[in-house]
Design a protein around this ligand. Structure first.
Ligand code: GLN
Ligand code: ZN
Length: 755
């Protein structure tokens, strides 16, 4: 019988119960037992839900109070020295590692956080010390297995595999293989202690990455050794987010009972894996997309499964989501505002489990006489034909794309000449766009959205905020002003809500990190712009001053990257459609008299594919989309872009190809080090290296900023440089922002006089 399985379930709860409980606990409003009660209730609900939906292999230990990799570090005793002064009882050390700790004379920062592969989930990076000795230091996998057992549910505990764990950690120079030998005894111990489980799922997502020879050897050594554990559950190695590629033979040769592969991201590997994996192994086929929200094309998935069955039979076949459902919202049933048609196109975590279960049933039954198949067919057909999805004028516009559309009229040197009429001083000062989103601003917007405040009152309020911001910027002597983005909730949502082809959910929350969740917009159809989106406020702001006002837009790649994207056409095509919409907005801003327009692309780098061989193709279309959006304007109109991260070595050429007149970046923490990439590349256009770390409440001094600017002027030509903060100021308070920007302007004046 074909096995229906799951790799992981969302932990937050349908109504973000975990978030609320965590935050109440941190605020001292509830006790630890109360928090743990919420957590165990959520686990019980998830297990019952999965069982009720016909899942045979139900995961446990996929739950984490904060992060599963932090839990893995805690499991094997990887606790950096700085946390050891905190008591190991209760949760204080755990949350200190997650969030930092500042009280009772102890002041320790949190572990570093980084993106989990190419998802928007962030994990805490374990810090492994030079001579790290690992030791079994928590019983969570065993306890959660028992907890489910007590409810009558046999689960498949999930562990992060030893090799991925080490590859994803910060290793302080220590060698992977040496660490592995220290770590494996702990895994042996865990496996024997999980002896009561039939299966254990060992996640080794690093098998879809480019691996060094050392890493490949580590895989062989690790699993050969773990194969010798006398009493152990059967091991299923789980890979996801991409193809095994050149690691296919390696993965298929590991001495374990089963292998899970992602057939949504990498359907092309189906036959090779089905043929290569020894026939006595279980193959887990990830055919239901675990990280997007579209309803499955059940006929197509069934065909994939039948192909595998034809090669290997069905007695060792497992049907699964492509990856853990952690990356998917919980339940569609709580969406009350989506119209029925659109809703019928979607599947959240619980719906995905139904899809997995019915696929297993259909494969065994040899027919598709199940209501779910009929529904799936209807949906696929209705979507393919829907006029809400297909807008012929958008399609024809994308088709008419010519090379000239992604090129400015002249090369940068001529544009620079044409832009001299802006009359900017050297080291011009500006900010990245947003000003503090005060409680006032947020509550006004919330009231307006809920209908409590009428449009007139709201608009008057926004106008007054803009007036104040403009007046203040003039007073302190900033050269290029911004309107402050007071009308915007979120830099993607604000645009998505005004574009056709986007939908928004009420509860489509996905965990981003810890208690933080995001609600990505859904791009379901061809994207177009019914009318101008930002012109009114930007033109209003410009009318208040003689100084140049920057128009503020979010770029096409960032809008794409932070949304759930339709899967029925290439991402590049969807991105081009968004690019045209932004292009029209840019033209309208120019017509309205804005002479500087900033198109933010903070997400370009995070869109990089996991495999280096695919970077070039991605960067090509990503850069082209930015250029489509930026290139309709006159030479005299200055285009800025903004990216908030500090690693440019990998993508500096692409940044050059974007050909923005000026790019602002985050540099203050790295002390201008990253400018090296710009200098080595001989970046010809203008650069605004951030001199004010906006992620910290600290107000930088004038001297510090002068030093940073001097350092920048050493590696780049002084007349290329702008002076600005690292990023937007919306998370800061005016009490911090005002003195910081006053000092920033003074610093610019000093450097101007000096150089
Ligand atoms: N213009 C945006 C702001 O200032 C940019 C935000 C970002 O880069 N994430 O808020
Ligand atoms: Zn930024």
């Amino acid at each position: 019988m074909t096995i229906a399985s799951n790799l992981g379930f969302p932990r937050m709860g349908q109504h973000r119960e975990l978030k609320k409980s965590l935050e109440a606990f941190w605020a001292g409003k509830i006790t630890e037992p109360e928090l743990q009660k919420t957590a165990s209730d959520l686990r019980a609900r998830a297990w019952n839900e999965q069982q009720a939906r016909g899942i045979h292999h139900i995961p446990s230990n996929d739950f984490a109070l904060y992060d599963q990799i932090l839990d893995a570090a805690a499991l094997v005793g990887v606790v950096p020295k700085r946390y050891k002064s905190l008591p190991d009882t209760g949760l204080s050390r755990y949350f200190a590692m997650a969030r930092g700790h500042q009280s009772q004379g102890i002041d320790v920062p949190a572990l570093e956080m980084t993106k989990w592969f190419d998802t928007n989930y962030h994990y805490l990076v374990p810090e492994i010390a030079e001579g790290e000795t690992f030791a079994l230091s928590s019983r969570k996998p065993m306890e959660h297995f028992q907890e489910a057992n007590a409810l009558g549910i046999k689960t498949r505990p999930v562990l992060i595999g030893p090799v991925s764990f080490l590859l994803l950690a910060k290793k302080d120079g220590a060698q992977l293989l040496r660490l592995l030998d220290n770590l494996l005894p702990v895994y042996e111990d865990i496996l024997s202690q999980l002896g009561g489980a039939e299966w254990v799922q060992i996640d080794e997502p690093c098998l879809v990455l480019d691996l060094s020879n050392e890493a490949r050897t580590a895989y062989q050594r690790a699993y050969e050794r773990l194969a010798k554990v006398a009493v152990s559950p059967r091991k299923l190695i789980a890979t996801y987010f991409g193809a095994l590629g050149d690691n296919l033979d390696l993965a298929c040769s590991l001495p374990v009972a089963g292998l899970h592969i992602d057939l949504v991201r990498a359907p092309e590997q189906l036959e090779a894996v089905a043929n290569t994996l020894p026939k006595d192994r279980y193959l887990s086929a990830g055919v239901v997309d675990g990280r997007n929200i579209w309803r499955n094309d059940l006929d197509a998935s069934l065909k994939q499964l039948q192909k595998i069955a034809a090669i290997r039979g069905t007695d060792k076949l497992i049907v699964a989501p492509s990856c853990s459902l952690l990356h998917s919202p919980v339940d569609l049933a709580t969406e009350t505002k989506l119209d029925a048609e659109l809703k019928s196109w979607l599947a959240f975590a619980t719906n995905k489990l139904d899809e997995v279960a019915v696929l297993a049933k259909a494969l065994d039954a040899g027919h598709t006489d199940f209501p779910a198949f009929a529904e799936s067919r209807n949906v696929i057909q209705s979507r393919a034909k829907s006029t809400r999805v297909n807008n012929p004028s958008v399609a024809s516009r994308v088709k008419s794309l010519t090379g000239a559309m992604s090129k400015r009229q002249s090369a940068y040197p001529s544009r620079r000449e044409a832009q001299l009429t802006l009359n900017l001083p050297s080291f011009p000062t500006t900010t990245i766009g947003s000003f503090p989103q005060t409680a006032d601003v947020r509550s006004m917007r919330a009231n307006y959205r809920s209908g409590k405040t009428d449009a007139k009152t709201y608009n008057t309020f926004v106008a007054s905020q803009i007036q104040e911001a403009v007046k203040w910027q003039e007073e302190v002597g900033i050269d290029v002003l911004v309107h402050g983005e007071f009308e915007r909730n979120d830099m993607v949502e604000y645009f998505g809500e005004q574009l056709d082809g986007f939908a928004f959910t009420e509860n489509g929350w996905v965990q981003s990190y810890g208690s933080r969740c995001v609600k990505p917009p859904i791009i379901y159809g061809d994207v177009s712009r019914p009318k101008a989106m930002t012109v009114e406020w930007s033109a209003y702001a410009q009318s208040l001053t003689k100084l140049p006002m920057k128009g503020m837009l979010t770029g096409p790649v960032t809008i794409l990257q932070w949304s759930f994207v339709r899967a029925d056409q290439p991402r590049a095509t969807t991105c081009q459609q968004i690019a045209f919409a932004i292009r029209d907005e840019v033209s309208d801003l120019e017509k309205a008299g804005l002479r500087i327009i900033q198109i933010d692309e903070p997400a370009i780098r995070e869109g990089l594919p996991l495999r280096r061989s695919e970077w070039k193709a991605y960067l090509k279309w990503a850069v082209e989309c930015f250029r489509i959006s930026a290139s309709s304007v006159q030479d005299s109109t200055q285009i800025h872009t903004h990216m908030c991260y500090s690693e440019f070595n990998d993508i500096i050429e692409a940044v050059g190809d974007m050909d923005a007149d000026a790019v602002s970046i985050e540099t203050s923490r790295s002390k201008m080090e990253l400018l090296g990439a710009f200098a080595d590349y001989k970046y010809p256009n203008e650069v605004g290296p951030g001199v004010y770390d906006i992620h910290s409440p600290r107000v930088p001094t004038e001297d510090e900023m002068v030093d940073l600017l001097r350092a920048a002027a050493k590696v780049l030509n002084p007349n290329q440089l702008w002076v600005n903060p690292d990023c937007g100021l919306k998370t800061r308070s005016w009490a911090e922002v005002k003195p910081a920007l006053v000092s920033m302007v003074k610093a610019a004046h000093r450097v101007r006089a000096e150089l």
